[in-house]
Ligand binder design. Sequence first.
Ligand code: NAP
Length: 287
Amino acid sequence: MAAQLMDGNVVAKRIKDEVARDMEALKVKGIIPSLAAVQVGDNPESKMYVGMQKKNCEAIGLVYNLHTLPADTSETALVRYIEKLNSDRSVNGIILQMPLPQGINPRSAQKALSPAKDVEGMNPSNLGMLLYGNPKIGPCTALSVMELLRSTGENLKGREAVVVGHSEIVGKPVAILLLQWLTDSPTVTVCHIATKDLESHIRRADIIISAVGKPGLIKPEWVKEGAIIVLVGIKRLPDGTALGDVDFEPASAKASWITPVKGGVGPVTTAILLRNTVEVTKMQLGI
Ligand code: NAP
């Protein structure tokens, strides 16, 4: 393998160590941040995330409370529930578990979140702040991509970055964050379902951020020698194997840097959720 690994576990540890230091400082003041997770219904995938979040929060001493609402909860009832959490002074951060049942528009729920408690940065006000650059709170996976890129120490200025996938939670915020260094940013192209010739974009990419979740979508032979690849899109097979949008082994033979499919973006995303929770707590207290 030619590529160096952007090791998500190493980056996550560095972030968690910083969070632990902040937690110590808050503890001295008698403050223990708390995160409320709201889950509607019984989606198995979101159950898995909830378990992981709880374990990670408790490991650093954050209070984690899961609020499970019945699958037939209406949008109005969910919005009311969120508003109750917004005004509950014992709750510092709120996370909405996705997917929500059909019939609830995720945007209505995200809009209802207080921007001051929105640990995923998905409220329109926090998403808007991304455009201003250097956001304190932002979508966890998008910020995770930026941390991994930063960990390479590579200068991205003027290089060709291609983001594949344009979701509100990953692709779009990644594209905006890549532009945050003003004169030092790469040139950013966003490919999506309507992109006519994905191959031509990938072939000229110095940086590839793949955020789709379709294994084999990007052919390793398209990857330019020395490209930096962040594999966000992952498909988990029933046997537990995880596959990225580009086949890891052949892609890493050509890339200069690559994230592992497991132990790449995932652990950093979790670490950023913890950091966001501590950040919103500090902001609420004016620290
Ligand atoms: P999503 O909402 O399903 O978005 C997928 C995106 O890919 C959409 O913008 C979609 O476009 C686009 N797309 C679909 N087919 C395409 C094609 N053939 N060519 C180019 N673009 C195409 O998913 P998401 O929430 O953004 O997540 C993306 C992936 O990242 C998933 O695999 C997810 O599991 C993974 N993920 C990983 C982490 C982590 O921490 N490791 C966190 C979040 C997400 P349209 O909307 O136009 O169809």
